[in-house]
Design a protein around this ligand. Structure first.
Ligand code: PEP
Length: 253
């Protein structure tokens, strides 16, 4: 049985006050269930990570970063390493989010290095994959997701891959209000699990969590979570509102 996992990606939002207030509200509203029946994480901007880690220290909510750099330390102006994130109490890190792939221009090769660096530094990476609208319309979804997963996990042993969560996030559904139907999402999730079965062993494919992301909201979370291969949700916009995020967390239980 895979435990449900709901993660909030705050992107480049909140400030020093609202980040802490949001974290406090999420913690107090999920006291009974976070960690017990559903894993919960929030991913604030880098500059608010420490304040949010402190705010959540007495809760069972984990904190993740939205990105990392591939090197451990040194002359890499502006970058943040896995060991720095671990040092301040982060557990998770998003790698290959579609905004980093398609807005910032990250390549499959760079994302692979980030996944490897995250695991070496003791973080749990969430590898985000998903197709553009044109790719879906050209029936290339499986091909794109296969390339992103094979490349993102290249060279990693099954043991290391067991630290990874996959997030299927169709790019056309992120921040657009368009959600993949539960059936569309389930189809890709089942395909991803089959791919992992071919790449590794049956137990790993059975145990690995595959989240759906793309305009997840209180109104569609339960239907998405009912699908056999949807193990949780990566939530952008709706994670900035404590009531909405808490409703999504409850729908995942
Ligand atoms: C995301 O940022 O990963 C995401 C899924 O965003 P949204 O929920 O706003 O579509």
């Amino acid at each position: 049985m895979r435990k449900a996992f709901v993660a909030g990606n705050w992107k480049m939002n909140t400030d020093s006050h609202t980040s802490v207030n949001l974290a406090e509200s999420i913690a107090s509203g999920s006291l009974e269930i976070a960690g017990a029946s559903v894993d919960v994480a929030v991913c604030p901007p880098f500059v608010y990570l420490q304040a949010v880690v402190k705010t959540l220290s007495a809760s069972n909510i984990s904190v993740g970063a939205q990105d990392i750099y591939v090197e451990r330390q040194g002359a890499f102006t502006g970058e943040i390493s896995a060991s720095m994130l671990k040092d301040i109490g982060c557990n998770y890190v998003l790698c290959g989010h579609s905004e980093r792939r398609h807005v910032i221009g990250e390549t499959d090769e760079l994302i692979k290095k980030k996944i490897t660096a995250a695991i070496s530094g003791g973080l749990l990476p969430v590898l985000c994959v998903g197709e553009l609208l044109a790719e879906r319309q050209a029936n290339q979804t499986n091909e794109v997701v296969t390339r992103q997963i094979k490349s993102g996990l290249a060279g990693l042993s099954a043991e290391k891959v067991s630290a990874v969560t996959i997030a299927y996030e169709p790019v056309w559904a992120i921040g657009t209000g368009l959600t993949a139907t539960p059936q569309q999402a389930q189809e890709v999730h089942a395909f991803v699990r089959k791919l992992l079965l071919q790449m590794y062993d049956g137990q790993l494919a059975e145990d690995i969590r595959i989240l759906y992301g793309g305009s997840a909201k209180p109104g569609n979370a339960a239907d998405l979570m009912r699908q056999q291969d949807i193990d949780g949700l990566l939530v952008g916009g709706a994670s900035l509102n404590a009531d909405d995020f808490l409703a999504i967390i409850r729908a995942a239980v």
